[in-house]
Design a binder for this molecule. Structure first.
Ligand SMILES: [Zn+2]
Length: 347
């Protein structure tokens, strides 16, 4: 496999604060020799864990991008033990365009792993993370929202990885976000995800879904930022007070999962989707969750989208305008006790 074509002015072995870029070679019609500049900073101070912190994997997911840009400016070397590598916007062209997919190559960066050093821009970035940055890291944090397409109850989430030590470490990191829900999810829309490659390399992977749609209410920014700081304190890379939900006066995190294909409801037809239940609300089997209206046939009764089991509505569609096959609802269920025991410190 050839080496990466991405260059950086960051020296990952140097102590102190560094600001720089990852330079990704590409061509466009007014510049045959162009470089996409991906901002990056690193704070290194003595011995400790290495944390790789990223957002903007999908361009239209902004709370994490803002949370990381704040940290880049606010933190000093004295507050850090180990190495904190921060990339606030992995997919810069998509963030500029408010899109999920890169407008440069039409690709979903989060389906490009492990990547290709000679491939499209997204594939080159994925390959650089896979071969250069993930191997440096103990913790890999990738902050998402549901994008414009999906609105989530703000949650931290993770895969139920096979290695039990890794699973427990990921669960502790996921709980450190102090969200109401911690969510075990399945990959229902393809392969090549960033967290899967980081998990394969044995990293402690922590990810979020901080809302979605185009509106970011202030409480979601606040949660995205406070939770992130708490996760960094938990990792040992950042000094500060560690908060539990108990000392914040909150009930324990509720662990839920959507691991069955039936937990993900896709639109049977194109139309206008009316959500009938808010995210984070418990629902019963048979309960209407949404109604699909047909603007070309206003006389036609809407198609009702119903829960096929009891559960929690963890996410629903963002935009009203819906095409056949779009995701409408993600229905979650409490994690069974026998699974919960595999990642909690219960004998
Ligand atoms: Zn995303």
């Amino acid at each position: 496999m050839p080496d990466t074509q991405i260059r950086t002015n960051i020296d990952f072995d140097r102590q102190g604060v560094q600001w720089g870029t990852l330079s990704v070679p590409y061509s466009h019609n007014l510049s045959g020799w162009s470089q996409l500049q991906v901002p990056i900073s690193m704070i290194a101070n003595g011995d400790g864990p290495t944390v790789l912190l990223m957002a903007g994997n999908h361009g239209d997911e902004y709370p994490g991008q803002i949370a990381i840009m704040r940290l880049m400016r606010e933190l000093s070397a004295e507050q850090v033990t180990g190495r904190l590598i921060m990339i606030p916007i992995l997919n810069v062209p998509a963030s500029r365009a408010a899109t999920r997919l890169s407008p440069l190559d039409g690709k979903n960066l989060n389906r490009c792993f492990p990547g290709d050093p000679l491939g499209a821009v997204c594939e080159m970035i994925a390959h650089y993370l896979t071969t250069v940055l993930f191997p440096l890291a103990d913790f890999v944090i990738d902050l998402h929202t549901g994008g414009r397409g999906v609105y989530f109850s703000p949650c931290a989430h993770m895969h139920l990885v096979d290695d039990l030590d890794q699973r427990r470490a990921m669960a502790r990191g996921t709980e450190a976000y102090n969200t109401d829900f911690a969510f075990l999810y399945a990959d229902i829309a393809g392969h090549g995800l960033l967290p899967v490659e980081a998990e394969r390399q044995g990293k402690i992977v922590i990810t979020t879904e901080m809302g979605g749609g185009e509106v970011v209410p202030q409480p979601i920014h606040r949660l995205a930022q406070a939770g992130l700081r708490n996760v960094l304190v938990h990792s040992g890379v950042l000094q500060g007070e560690f908060h539990t939900r108990a000392n914040l006066g909150l009930p324990p995190t509720r662990w839920i999962q959507s691991l069955d294909q039936r937990d993900y409801i896709f639109s049977p037809e194109s139309g206008l989707y009316e959500s009938l239940v808010d995210v984070g609300v418990d629902v019963c089997a048979g309960q209407p969750l949404g109604a699909l209206h047909f603007p070309e046939r206003p006389d036609r009764e809407p198609t009702m989208i119903e829960a096929d089991s009891d559960g929690v509505l963890i996410a629903h569609r963002g935009p009203t305008l819906t095409q056949q096959g779009d995701i409408l609802v993600c229905l979650a269920h409490d994690v069974p006790e026998e699974v919960f025991r595999t990642f909690q410190n219960i004998p």
